[in-house]
Design a binder for this molecule. Structure first.
Ligand code: HEM
Length: 491
C-alpha cells in the first residue's frame, strides 16, 4: 500500500506535496511532503486530530463510550484523559530509572540468543513484551499472552487484516451469519477480560503488600479520581494498551537492525569499535549513549531506511478547513505517508541506501551538532504529528540503545551458512507482512559471540541479574509478610 501511495505521489503530488483520492467512497488526502504534514497536522491540528473509524473493531473511536484503545480513539474526553495518564506514567517510569528493566531483559535476551539462536525472532518479540509487562504489571511472565494479544489487535485494525476493513458493508451482516463479527467479539472479550484480570490481581497482591511498583499499582494507589478515569475498567484498558503498543513498535526496528547489520558489516564493525573503546569492554548503558553517536546513527538510519509504520497513521478532519485553496471537509482522512517523507531525495540524498554517515558528517543535509545529543530518533516523522504524536518516543529510543548496544557488544551478526553448499543464506531486504506496523518475514541468520570471553561474560551478567531480581522479589515479599504479621498498635 505504501509503495503504491508513493508511486501515485510521484505522479500526482506535483509541487503541492499532497494529493486527494478516495477509498471506497471515503475521501483521503495523502501527504507526501513533510512540510505539508507540519503545516496541516501541527499548525492546523485543531481541525484534523480525530481518527477514522476502523470498521472491524467495535466502537473503535470510543464514540459510544467503550474507552478501550487510546491510539484509535476519536478526539474525545476519553482520549484526552488517557493520553495525559499515559504520558505521565511513561515519564515517571523514565525518571524512576526504567532502564534497570531494559538492562535485565537485554541480558536475558543475549543468553537466549546464545542458547537458542534459531528462535531469535520470537525471543526478540518476547524481550520487547517482557519490558512492557514489567512496567505495567511487574510480571515478565505475562509476555507471551501480551504479544499474542498485541498481534490480534494489530491484525484486526490493519487494512490487510480482516476483509471487513476493506469491504466494509460485510461488517453489517447480522452477527449470527457474520463470522468476522463473531471472531472479533471473541478476540475483544478475551482481551478485555485479561486486562481486567490484571487489575484485580494487582489489587489482591496490594492487599497482601506483595505488589511491587508498576503502572497498575500506581493507578490503584492514587485512585481513579486523581487520574480522572471513570474506574477500573477504563484503567485496565489504558494500562493494557500501553503494554500492547510497546511490543511490535519496538520489535520492528530491532528486527530491521539485525537485517541492516548483516547487510552492512562495515557499519557493524564501526559500532562495535565505538562501544569497545567508549565502554572499555562493558556492555553499554544509557549513560554511555552521549559517547556512542555511531550506534545512534545506525539506529536512526535503520528506522529511516526501513520504517516500520511506512504508511503513517491516518488522522481525520474534525471540522471543515481550507488549505492552500483546497476545501477539506469534516470526515476527510489525512494520511501522512512516512515512506515518502523518508525517501525525500533533497533531505536524504541516495534515500534507497543505508547511509548512517548522513547523521555523522557535516557534508550531509541532515547532520546536526552536538554529536553527544544528535542523532536522536525523537521527533522523526515516523512518530506522527501534532496532538496525536506518539507518546513512546523516549522509551523506544532508550530500549533500542540498550538492546542494539547489547547485541553489538556480544555478537557478530552474520548470514547463516547453508550446510549443504556452504553458501550464505540470503537475508531478504524487502519481505515483510503488510499490517499497519510491519515486521520482516521470518528469515535466518547467525549470532556468533565475538569471543568466548564475551560469551562467558554475557552468561555471567544474566546469572547475576537474574539472581538479583529473584533476591529483590523475595526480600519485598518477606518484608510484606513481616509487616502483615506485626501486631497493629494504631487501633
Ligand atoms: C518505533 C517505535 C514507534 C513508532 C514508529 C511509533 C509510531 C506512532 C505513530 C505514527 C503514532 C500515531 C501518530 C499520529 O497519529 O500522528 C503513534 C501513536 C502512539 N504511540 Fe507510538 N510508535 C512507536 C513506539 C511506541 C511505544 C514504545 C509506545 C508506548 C509504550 C507508543 C505509544 C503510542 C501511543 C499511546 C500513541 C497514541 C497517541 C494518540 O493517539 O494520541 N508508541 N505511534
Amino acid at each position: 500500500m505504501w509503495l503504491k501511495f508513493y508511486e501515485w505521489g510521484k505522479q500526482y503530488s506535483g509541487l503541492n506535496g499532497f494529493y486527494m483520492t478516495e477509498i471506497l467512497g471515503s475521501p483521503i488526502l495523502v501527504v507526501t511532503d513533510e512540510a505539508v504534514a507540519e503545516e496541516l497536522m501541527v499548525k492546523r491540528a485543531r481541525y484534523n486530530s480525530d481518527r477514522p473509524t476502523i470498521r472491524s473493531i467495535f466502537d473503535s473511536k470510543s464514540t459510544g463510550g467503550s474507552m478501550e484503545y487510546l491510539p484509535l480513539m476519536g478526539k474525545n474526553q476519553y482520549w484526552a484523559r488517557q493520553r495525559r495518564l499515559t504520558h505521565a506514567y511513561l515519564t515517571e517510569a523514565r525518571n524512576a530509572h526504567y532502564s534497570g528493566v531494559m538492562y535485565h531483559e537485554a541480558k536475558r535476551w543475549l543468553v537466549r540468543l546464545i542458547e537458542d539462536p534459531e528462535n531469535f525472532q520470537s525471543s526478540l518479540e518476547d524481550m520487547a513484551s517482557k519490558v512492557m509487562c514489567q512496567l505495567t504489571w511487574d510480571d515478565p511472565n505475562l509476555s507471551e499472552y501480551c504479544a499474542k494479544s498485541a498481534r490480534g489487535l494489530l491484525t484486526q485494525m490493519s487494512p490487510a487484516g480482516p476483509i471487513t476493513n476493506v469491504i466494509t458493508p460485510l461488517w453489517h451482516l447480522p452477527e449470527v451469519i457474520n463470522p468476522w463479527k463473531r471472531a472479533e467479539r471473541k478476540r475483544h472479550d478475551e482481551q478485555q477480560a485479561w486486562w481486567m484480570e490484571r487489575i484485580i490481581h494487582t489489587r489482591a497482591k496490594m492487599a497482601l503488600g506483595l505488589q511491587r511498583p508498576c503502572f497498575a499499582r500506581q493507578y490503584l494507589e492514587r485512585g481513579h479520581k486523581r487520574s480522572n478515569l471513570s474506574g477500573d475498567y477504563e484503567a485496565s484498558c489504558v494500562i493494557g494498551m500501553i503494554a500492547l503498543v510497546g511490543v511490535f513498535t519496538v520489535a520492528g526496528p530491532l528486527s530491521y537492525w539485525l537485517i541492516c547489520m548483516v547487510h552492512h558489516p562495515q557499519w557493524q564493525s564501526r559500532v562495535q569499535k565505538e562501544i569497545d573503546e567508549e565502554c572499555h569492554g562493558r556492555m553499554p548503558t544509557l549513560e554511555d549513549a552521549p559517547r556512542l553517536p555511531t550506534l545512534r546513527a545506525c539506529i536512526k538510519e535503520t528506522m529511516r531506511w526501513k520504517p516500520n509504520v511506512p504508511t503513517g497513521v491516518a488522522h481525520e478532519m474534525e471540522a471543515n478547513d481550507v488549505y492552500r485553496g483546497y476545501f477539506l471537509a469534516k470526515g476527510t482522512r489525512i494520511l501522512p505517508l512516512d515512506w515518502a517523507f523518508l525517501r525525500n531525495e533533497t533531505k536524504y540524498p541516495d534515500p534507497g541506501n543505508f547511509h548512517p554517515e548522513r547523521w555523522l558528517e557535516p557534508s550531509w543535509p541532515t547532520y546536526q551538532e552536538p554529536l553527544t545529543q544528535f542523532p536522536t530518533i525523537k521527533g522523526m516523522t515516523s512518530f506522527g504529528w501534532g496532538q496525536r504524536q506518539c507518546l513512546g518516543q523516549t522509551l523506544t529510543q532508550d530500549e533500542l540503545i540498550v538492546a542494539c548496544g547489547a547485541l553489538s557488544w556480544c555478537f557478530n551478526l552474520k548470514p547463516k551458512k547453508d550446510l549443504a553448499t556452504g553458501a550464505d543464506i540470503p537475508v531478504p531486504l524487502d519481505k515483510s507482512n503488510s499490517l499497519l506496523i510491519i515486521i520482516p518475514d521470518p528469515f535466518q541468520m547467525a549470532f556468533e559471540p565475538r569471543s568466548s570471553a564475551r560469551k562467558q561474560e554475557a552468561l555471567r551478567l544474566w546469572e547475576e541479574s537474574d539472581a538479583r531480581d529473584e533476591r529483590e522479589r523475595d526480600e519485598f515479599a518477606k518484608h510484606a509478610t513481616m509487616t502483615l504479621e506485626k501486631p497493629r498498635t494504631d487501633i
